[in-house]
Design a protein around this ligand. Structure first.
Ligand SMILES: Cc1cc2nc3c(=O)[nH]c(=O)nc-3n(C[C@H](O)[C@H](O)[C@H](O)COP(=O)(O)OP(=O)(O)OC[C@H]3O[C@@H](n4cnc5c(N)ncnc54)[C@H](O)[C@@H]3O)c2cc1C
Length: 452
């Protein structure tokens, strides 16, 4: 008897974690993965450090190659193959071999859509110029690094001041370039409230980065086919290279064409088991939505953490088990030059929009005991419900050791703790790690006082 077949579209975080988990639970399953690019299971999160030269070669970012999947897990990966259509009625997909242009069809019993996301792009005059790089894929990063390694690049413009844009700005500073950042919003990192985000911008400005807010590019000028300036409504910025870090949108077109329902921001609508509502079809990762852990509302969190967790849940369910994705708080951490930044839960601006009565407290402290070498400033902002004291959000900006403190706050949010309960947590202390009262405890205590 022929074994059951799982087809996966997309060979990165979500797709390959689902395939690996399904294999662990079901050794008999036939598993075929279609991946349009040349790589599988790589850390896009490592791209800024590879481009910046901290990671010597791109191969270090690859967790598992197609050969490893084949030899160790009997998962067949067809790289260089793009799936072009899904036929849910007959349970088959069509794909094209991007090298030979040969078309093929593959039947399935179970199908996982893990097509991820696409970097936002700009349709403005001059976009076709060379040396303009959306920051998304490892192939693109290899080309960008090759361009930098060839020399002659002195200036870079980063479009978008989200975390990827800022990580790229740091990478370019590390390579000795002059860096300008253009952002259409009025602040960096719109995942933070403005007064927290402004501290990050100031730190980068201190390192020489120039910011231009509310100035999206309207055109690129080129010479000999390559970009030589970015034009905004207010100025023309000469540059040798441009990167885009304007965020992503879900790659959900294949799913939509197959009649699968889309939800928030065009991401594939899924339930907690990652089913799509069409028999045998699942979705996971950046192409799919997630429930918000606090509001319960469908939300979009294009994060590696979420993609891996989605993939694990889909893999268990595809293999016949039962797993549910509880939701996400969008917890994230990043570093831009010396500044570590963490965020979880809701922002003050979001609470205002939702008309949720809240209390807010912001404190300044130090990452270590004040006398200990390397003690850096840290600012923590906490938000809690005025009705029941439950924590609703947290943001952290500070020096080394600041960022990962967000995990304590995320844990408290997920557990439904009140500000007062957080202020009583039994956290650790030694001078190299924190003051005797950890800044998280100080912030929670002051917030609890406001709630009464
Ligand atoms: C520079 C950068 C830094 C990041 N840093 C962090 C971080 O620090 N922390 C964090 O949590 N997240 C980070 N992320 C986000 C994280 O990388 C993504 O959330 C994660 O990669 C999503 O995984 P995925 O498998 O859902 O999608 P993707 O990684 O987008 O993979 C989808 C795959 O599907 C393939 N595909 C798409 N369509 C087809 C098709 N029709 N046929 C065949 N193949 C197809 C694509 O080629 C791709 O390989 C970062 C992302 C970038 C770009």
């Amino acid at each position: 008897m022929r074994s059951e077949k799982l087809v996966v579209i997309g060979g990165d975080a979500a797709g390959m974690s689902a395939a690996s988990v399904a294999r662990r639970h079901r050794p008999d399953l036939e598993i075929i993965v279609f991946e349009q690019g040349p790589f599988t299971s790589y850390s896009a999160c490592g791209i800024p450090y590879y481009v910046g030269g901290m990671v010597p070669d791109h191969l270090s970012l690859i967790a598992r190659t197609p050969e490893t999947f084949r030899e160790k897990q009997h998962i067949r990966v067809r790289t260089g193959h793009r799936v072009t259509g899904i036929d849910p009625r007959n349970r088959r997909v069509t794909a094209i071999n991007l090298e030979s242009r040969r078309e093929l069809t593959e039947s399935y019993e179970q199908l996982l859509i893990a097509t991820g996301s696409r970097a936002m792009d700009l349709e403005v005059p001059g976009r076709q110029a060379a040396r303009i790089f959306p920051i998304k894929t490892l192939e693109g990063a290899v080309e960008l690094r090759r361009t930098l390694d060839a020399g002659q690049i002195r200036r870079a413009v980063v479009v978008g001041a989200g975390y990827i844009g800022l990580e790229m700005a740091e990478a370019f500073l590390r390579r000795g370039l002059e860096v300008a950042v253009l952002e259409k919003a009025s602040q960096v990192l719109v995942t933070l409230d403005a007064e927290m985000a402004n501290q990050v911008a100031e730190a980068l400005e201190g390192e020489g980065v120039r910011f231009f807010f509310e100035e999206p590019p309207v055109a690129f000028e080129m010479a000999a086919g390559a970009v030589q300036a970015v034009v905004t409504p207010n100025r023309t910025l000469p540059t040798d290279l441009v990167v885009f870090g304007m965020g992503v949108r879900p790659a959900s077109e294949l799913a939509a064409a197959a009649g699968i329902e889309l939800g928030v921001q065009g991401a594939i609508r899924t339930d907690r088991r990652m089913t799509t509502g069409i028999a045998g079809i699942w979705a996971a990762g950046d192409c799919a939505e997630s429930p918000h852990l606090l509001t319960g509302q469908p939300s979009y969190f294009p994060l590696g953490t979420v993609a891996n967790r989605h993939g694990r849940v889909a893999g268990v369910n595809i293999a016949g088990g039962h797993a549910e994705f509880p939701g996400s708080l969008g917890t994230s951490v990043t570093k831009a030059c010396g500044m570590e930044v963490g965020q979880t839960g809701l922002l003050e601006s979001e609470l205002q929009k939702m008309a949720i009565p809240y209390a807010s407290e912001k404190i300044s402290s130090h990452t270590r005991s004040g006398y200990y070498p390397g003690s850096d400033p840290i600012t923590i902002k906490l938000l809690a419900s005025l009705e029941n004291g439950r924590l609703l959000g947290g943001q952290i900006v500070g020096g080394r050791g600041a960022g990962k403190r967000i995990d304590v706050i995320a844990t408290a949010l997920q557990a439904g703790l009140t500000a007062e309960q957080v202020s009583e947590l039994d956290l650790s202390y030694a001078p190299p790690f924190s003051p005797v009262w950890d800044p998280v405890l100080i912030a929670a205590r002051q917030l609890a006082r406001l709630i009464g």
